[in-house]
Design a protein around this ligand. Structure first.
Ligand code: FES
Length: 144
């Protein structure tokens, strides 16, 4: 395996290690869906981002068995989605996704739907992942 590929795969393995073992997630206030891993992406069918009346959901929690922390998706004004790792930047507790914010059950930090810190003790914003549309799916790039 060439060095560049080794580093990329190794980086993904580290990311998977960081993000592993998602069990039950903080879905209160948001729909929880299971994504699929395709290469370096977490894939979600666009249909799963719609409410029963056909309107887009404002927030969704995406999980996968290989992810330690789920990913919160928040709809943006331009029709896209922002993807945030649900890992508190204070001491790595799993966040709870609510309508427009994420809260930490450990020590009370709160984050806005863009990942910015609203309340400490956390000081750093949440990790964000790029998203893109591809056919009938939304892809979250986990390599970024
Ligand atoms: S781990 Fe989240 S506030 Fe401490």
């Amino acid at each position: 395996m060439e060095r560049r590929r080794f580093l990329r795969v190794g980086g993904l393995a580290c990311m998977a290690g960081v993000v592993m073992s998602a069990g039950s997630v903080g879905c209160a206030g948001s729909r929880c869906i299971d994504g699929t891993i395709e290469g370096e992406d977490l894939r979600i069918p666009l249909a799963s981002l719609m409410s029963t009346d056909g309107s887009p959901l404002k927030s969704v929690v995406v999980r996968h068995a290989s992810l330690k922390w789920p990913v919160a998706l928040y709809a943006t004004a331009d029709g896209g989605y922002r993807a945030l790792l649900m890992r508190c930047t204070h001491q790595n507790a799993q966040l709870k996704a609510g309508d427009g914010e994420l809260t930490c059950p450990a020590h009370g930090s709160a984050f806005a739907s863009d990942g910015a810190v609203m309340n400490g003790p956390a000081e750093q914003p949440l990790r964000r992942f790029p998203t893109r549309l591809e056919g009938d799916a939304l892809l979250i790039s986990l390599k970024a």
